[in-house]
Every structure is written in structure tokens, then in C-alpha cells.
Design a binder for this molecule. Structure first.
Ligand code: AMP
Ligand code: ZN
Length: 471
């Protein structure tokens, strides 16, 4: 069965067919972080969603080229650099590193390319030059270069492919200099912003004088540089539909680099926003979480990843602290089931149980119905626990179930297949406790048990002897 995805371009669920004639290679671009602060948990919902898409395509056998940009120059960054009086890279570097650390913490596969905007100024300039050459861009009196919506439309192109726009309100030649604006302020947007004193040292030379790129052109230039003028998938949060993605289409298709009959991007995917405790996230309301905030409260990246992956990507998702607690409980249920299966399998190997893999695939093929996929998994956990309780699972069946789980986890990325690694010093403590018990030194054995507990490990006495597990 084939994968179907909702395409914002056609506003319908469509069969996913890669542009590659061999049906193998897939080019995918997901808009990455603007490194002016730590990414918040809402940003992470979108980045984890991109990781899910990429992992599921790989699960289906596609060879995915995943590009995520690093926006390391834009209006917001320049404002902060000016306020702090430090260099651009000095400012963005720590946030960029934090992004990569968090990416790892949340179990995301690193994108194949993570281009920085500041390292693609020549490609950005070339693209703007092409738009000027085609008469779709023009230089304003202050030296900035703008995209002309009127000229673009006059060339037979459609502005407003992802969102419906009201051109009646638009006044020809009116310009918007800021990167972010509402649909109501529809106007020509900046491609190259002429240097102003407030930019400080953040500027580059160009054929139109010193200045810096607008945010939208950065993504057009970097995506086409790495994936070609036409590629399969472009992702981002729903707030990026307008103006960011609409402008990306206009710039990329306006430059006319695509071969006849091909679009800049075939499938546009947008993830719905994350709310916090039922409200829009905001610093003012104090309901603004970064991943670090949550790790500081004792949650793990794995628990947060699981939670971010519970809802369908097109549904608004309400993040609550209780939700992360529930995620912990749900993961424990999975872990316990897998651990019991491991005991029964006792190292036996088998091919994956096809039923579980098929049901999981059937759910995700339907526009990544992850809630359905979790339904399949928890039903399987229930059934498996029942069978285990009745001693009705053979080592071969347990091995087949574990192999099926391994397949699923290549998509889920919650990494519960391996037993938690027990550090050597903890094993040594456990052995010392066993020795104390043998010597009937119960005072010492209790003290060691307390010490293990203080370090976050509990002792479990099993028929095969004592072992430790994470508290
Ligand atoms: P930014 O760093 O602001 O450019 O945003 C990075 C990504 O996070 C973009 O794809 C945004 O659409 C997405 N994003 C921003 N806020 C939220 C939110 N509350 N929920 C989900 N995604 C978001
Ligand atoms: Zn972008």
C-alpha cells in the first residue's frame, strides 16, 4: 500500500509519488531554526514531525535527502546582535549548538545537510540577479531589492498558491520591508535589504550595494542549491504558509529554473501548532517551555519525543506537564512488555512478526496517522501481556515480536529495544549487596540498596537472581 499525504498546495490527501523516475530518491526540505534563542517546545513539535516524515519515508525504502536550514541572519537576529553589541557568529553559535544538542536529545536523525544562510550569500545573490533579469524584481530608491507581485502575476504566475489572497486590497508598488507580515498587508517583499546603520557589522557586498538578504530568499536559494530547482517535499509549521512559503514559491518559480511542467515543490506539508496548557505559548503567560526547561524538571528527551509524536500532525496539540507524566507511564508499559519478551526470547532471533508491521504501516500510510499507529501498538502490548501472563508465548514468537518492534522503532525513534545500560559502578554495588546478603550482613545490604536508590536504581529480585532497573 502506498503512502498518502495531505498537500497544502491542493488542499487534499494525495498519493505520494517522488519526482525520481526510479521512485527511489526523495528530496525533502524542512525550515529550520532561527538561531536567536533556544528553540521552544512548539518549534520542536515541528522539527520532530519533520523527523517522523523522514524516518517513515526511509522505513518505506526511499533514499531521503533531508535538508534543514539554519537561519543565522534575519531581522530578529540583527536586533539582538545590536542590543548585545557582539559579533553575529558569537551570538548565533551557542543557539545553533543548542539546536543540535536538542535534536540529539529528542532522538531526531540529523538532517543530511544543515546549510547556514550566511554561507550561501553568493547563491542568494545569483537568485536575486535572476529575478531582476526577468523583470520580476526591482531596486527601490534606498538600494534594497524587492519582489514585484504585479510583475510576477503579469508573467502568468500565481501568487497565493498555499493561501487565498485578496488582491483588491493590494496597492501596486507598495512595499513591506519586514520579513514577517500578515496577509492583509500584502505587498512587494524585500529580497535584498540595503545596509542601514542599525545593521552594524552585519552586511555583505552585492551588485546592488552593501546589505543583507531577506529571510524568504534564503530558503529558496539553499533548498534549490542542495535539492535542485524541483524537489519532492517542503515542510514547516502552519505559521510559515504565509508569507514565508508563499514567497519561497514566488521567488523560486519566478526565477524560472524548473523544467517545463514541474513545480518548485511537489508536496507542501504543514504541521499544526502546539498550545501549552490550552493557551498559545507566550513568554508573558509564563507557559513558554524550552526542551532544557523540561529536562530540568526531570523529564527525558525520549518522554518528550513520545508526547510530541502522539497527535496527528495536522491537529493542534495541547502540551501539558500531566501529558509528559502520562507519556512516562505509557513508555513504561511498552518497556516492561519488551523486557518480558526479551526474557522469553532469551537471545533467540526471528523475522519480524508481519501482522504488527502491516497494521502499523496501514495506519501511517494514511497521511501519517500516528494516533492510529499508537492504537495498534498499545493493543499489541495488551495482547502480548495477556499471552505472557498465560505463558502462551514461545521463544520464537517473542523473538518475532521483538524484531517487529525493532522495525517500528526505526520510525518512532524512542529507542527502547536495548536494555538500559547499567554503569559498571552500579553493577559493582549490586554485587557488593549480594555478597553482604550472602554473609548475612543485612545492615550493609540495606545501606547499599539505599545508595543504589539515591543514584536512581532499584533492585528487583527475580527467579534468575537480583538485577537493577531505573527507578
Ligand atoms: P522559527 O525558529 O521561528 O523560524 O521556527 C521554526 C519552526 O517552528 C517553524 O517551522 C515554525 O513554523 C515552527 N513553530 C513555531 N511556533 C510553533 C508552535 N507553537 N507549534 C509548532 N510549531 C511552531
Ligand atoms: Zn524556510
Amino acid at each position: 500500500m502506498g503512502l498518502k499525504l495531505f498537500n497544502t498546495l491542493t488542499r487534499s490527501v494525495q498519493a505520494f509519488e517522488p519526482l525520481d523516475a526510479a521512485g527511489k530518491r526523495v528530496g525533502m526540505y524542512s525550515c529550520g531554526p532561527t538561531v536567536y534563542d533556544f528553540a521552544h517546545i512548539g518549534n520542536w513539535r515541528t522539527f520532530v514531525f519533520a523527523d517522523l516524515v523522514r524516518r517513515y519515508l526511509e522505513f518505506k525504502g526511499y533514499a531521503v535527502h533531508h535538508v534543514t536550514n539554519i537561519t543565522d541572519v534575519d531581522d530578529k537576529i540583527i536586533n539582538r546582535v545590536r542590543e548585545l553589541g557582539i559579533g553575529l557568529r558569537e551570538f548565533t553559535g551557542p543557539f545553533e549548538r543548542a539546536y543540535f544538542d536538542d535534536l540529539k536529545e529528542l532522538g531526531c536523525r540529523p538532517p543530511n545537510d544543515t546549510p547556514r544562510a550566511t554561507e550561501h550569500i553568493p547563491q542568494i545573490i545569483d537568485l536575486i540577479a535572476k529575478l531582476l533579469e526577468r523583470g520580476i524584481a526591482y531596486q527601490a530608491p534606498d538600494g534594497s531589492v524587492y519582489f514585484s507581485i504585479e510583475k510576477y502575476r503579469a508573467a502568468g504566475c500565481q501568487y497565493g498558491q498555499l493561501v487565498k489572497l485578496n488582491f483588491e486590497e493590494m496597492r501596486v508598488g507598495e512595499r513591506v520591508a519586514s520579513d514577517e507580515y500578515a496577509k492583509e498587508s500584502l505587498a512587494d517583499f524585500a529580497l535584498w535589504k540595503a545596509r542601514v546603520p542599525e545593521d552594524g557589522a552585519v552586511f555583505w557586498p552585492s551588485p546592488w550595494g552593501e546589505g543583507r538578504p531577506g529571510w524568504h530568499i534564503e530558503c529558496s536559494a539553499m533548498s534549490m542549491e542542495l535539492l535542485g530547482p524541483s524537489f519532492d517535499l517542503h515542510l514547516g509549521g502552519e505559521d510559515l504558509m504565509f508569507p514565508h512559503h508563499e514567497d519561497e514559491i514566488a521567488q523560486s518559480e519566478g526565477a524560472g529554473l524548473q523544467t517545463c511542467g514541474h513545480r518548485f515543490v511537489k508536496h507542501w506539508l504543514h504541521g499544526a501548532h502546539l498550545l501549552v496548557e490550552g493557551k498559545k505559548m507566550s513568554k508573558r503567560l509564563g507557559n513558554f517551555f524550552t526542551l532544557r526547561d523540561l529536562l530540568g524538571r526531570g523529564f527525558t528527551g525520549r518522554e518528550i519525543r513520545f508526547l510530541l509524536l502522539t497527535a496527528h500532525y495536522r491537529e493542534t496539540f495541547n502540551f501539558t506537564l500531566k501529558g509528559v507524566q502520562d507519556a512516562r507511564t505509557a513508555l513504561q508499559r511498552i518497556d516492561e512488555c519488551l523486557n518480558k519478551l526479551r526474557e522469553v526470547a532469551a537471545g533467540a532471533k526471528a523475522d519480524p512478526d508481519p501482522r504488527l508491521v502491516e497494521q502499523f504501516t496501514a495506519a501511517l500510510d494514511e497521511d501519517l496517522n500516528i494516533a492510529g499507529a499508537w492504537g495498534v501498538i498499545f493493543e499489541w502490548v495488551r495482547e502480548t501481556n495477556r499471552a505472557l501472563a498465560e505463558n502462551g508465548v514461545s521463544p520464537a514468537a517473542a523473538a518475532a515480536a521483538l524484531a517487529a518492534w525493532d522495525r517500528l522503532d526505526t520510525v518512532l525513534g524512542i529507542g527502547v529495544t536495548a536494555e538500559v545500560e547499567v554503569p559498571a559502578e552500579i553493577t559493582a554495588l549490586l554485587e557488593a549487596r549480594q555478597a553482604a546478603r550472602k554473609a548475612k550482613d543485612f545492615k550493609r545490604s540495606d545501606a547499599i540498596r539505599d545508595e543504589l536508590k539515591a543514584q536512581g536504581w532499584v533492585i528487583e529480585d527475580t527467579p534468575k537472581g537480583a538485577r537493577v532497573k531505573k527507578a
